[in-house]
Design a protein around this ligand. Structure first.
Ligand code: R5P
Length: 303
């Protein structure tokens, strides 16, 4: 039975997240809401809810690429929704930022992942995200104190690869990527291999690739959770070329593509494909259904 519209969950996008919010709302019994937003001349944010949120479960859709500019508006929105007596205020962020500084590598460094988690936990009732960069943390619950659900994009990536690539060889460019490529391999039946990476700086990585000549005739598919400077994938692609393998198809969950990263990678790859966790011209794989199913499942659990 359809819920009365006043009882439907409210799905509200922050600026830039409208397409994903619409796609999520279209899959279920959600009401798409909206916020009026603008910047004052000095850069401060203005926000106004255009829906009555009182007594409602509110899902704020806000990917956290470029977190330094996108975080404050979503915190303001969450705080206002609470003030307007929303029943719950939930953060749906397909890309969760500030997960990589998970240890003090040098004396005096801030462990920003922890601070960020504390700030999010104090503003929201729950968090839903996709493939957060869990490396030294094994679960979000190690740093988040609210219910934090982490979804795997592997099933949608495996489906895309199976439908679009003949005879793929999945390649994880570093040890951390094994968690994603092994899952995609298991789901798609494609063979996979994992390379080793040494990082010397933000834009300086070295990839160690063993002999892959046995895989001649297969299409290399580089899979990573994040492409930021793009150097990891570019270096891996260069080595594949040196070994005489075909140009790779690059599949990335969170395509951050800083500066000219996308252009550099496109120049050396057969194709660069990303999910819509971060809006980008390379988006080809939608995570809307995955998110909507999880929101639905959580809703049923609570009912
Ligand atoms: C880090 O370990 C991640 O899994 C990615 O490999 C990394 O963030 C990619 O960064 P970049 O594109 O700057 O090489």
């Amino acid at each position: 039975m359809a819920l009365h519209s006043a009882e439907k969950r409210l799905t509200i996008p922050l600026p830039g997240n409208e397409d994903l919010a619409r796609a999520i709302a279209a899959t279920g019994d959600y009401q798409l809401g909206s916020l009026e937003t603008r910047n004052f001349p000095d850069g401060e944010s203005y926000l106004r809810f255009l829906d009555d949120v009182e007594g409602r479960d509110v899902d704020l859709i806000c990917t956290l690429a470029h977190p330094n500019e996108n975080f404050l508006p979503v915190i303001f929105a969450a705080d206002a929704a609470r003030e307007f007596k929303a029943r719950s205020v939930n953060l749906v962020t397909p890309y969760l930022a500030y997960m990589r500084q998970d240890k003090r590598f040098n004396a005096g460094e801030a462990i920003t992942s922890r601070t960020f988690a504390r700030l999010v936990s104090s503003s929201f009732d729950s968090l839903l995200t996709i493939d957060p960069h869990l490396h030294r943390y094994h679960a979000l619950s190690e740093i988040y104190t609210i219910p934090a659900t982490s979804l795997a994009s592997a099933p949608v990536l495996a489906k895309w690869i199976s439908h679009n690539i003949e005879k793929p060889l999945l390649i994880g460019p570093d040890e951390e990527s094994e968690q994603w490529v092994s899952q995609i391999g298991a789901l798609s039946g494609a063979p996979f291999t994992v390379l080793r990476k040494t990082r010397y700086g933000d834009r300086n990585v070295e990839i160690h690739m063993g002999d892959l000549s046995q895989w001649q005739g297969r299409t290399p598919v580089l899979v990573d959770d994040i492409a930021s400077s793009g150097r990891t994938m570019v270096e891996a692609a260069k080595q594949l070329a040196q070994q005489g393998l075909a140009k790779p198809v690059c599949v990335v969950v969170h395509g951050l593509f800083a500066d000219d990263a996308y252009e550099r990678l496109s120049a050396i790859a057969e194709k660069v494909v990303s999910t819509d966790c971060v809006p980008h011209t390379s988006n080809n794989i939608s995570v809307a259904e995955l998110l909507a199913e999880a929101i639905n499942a959580a809703e049923k659990e609570r009912a």
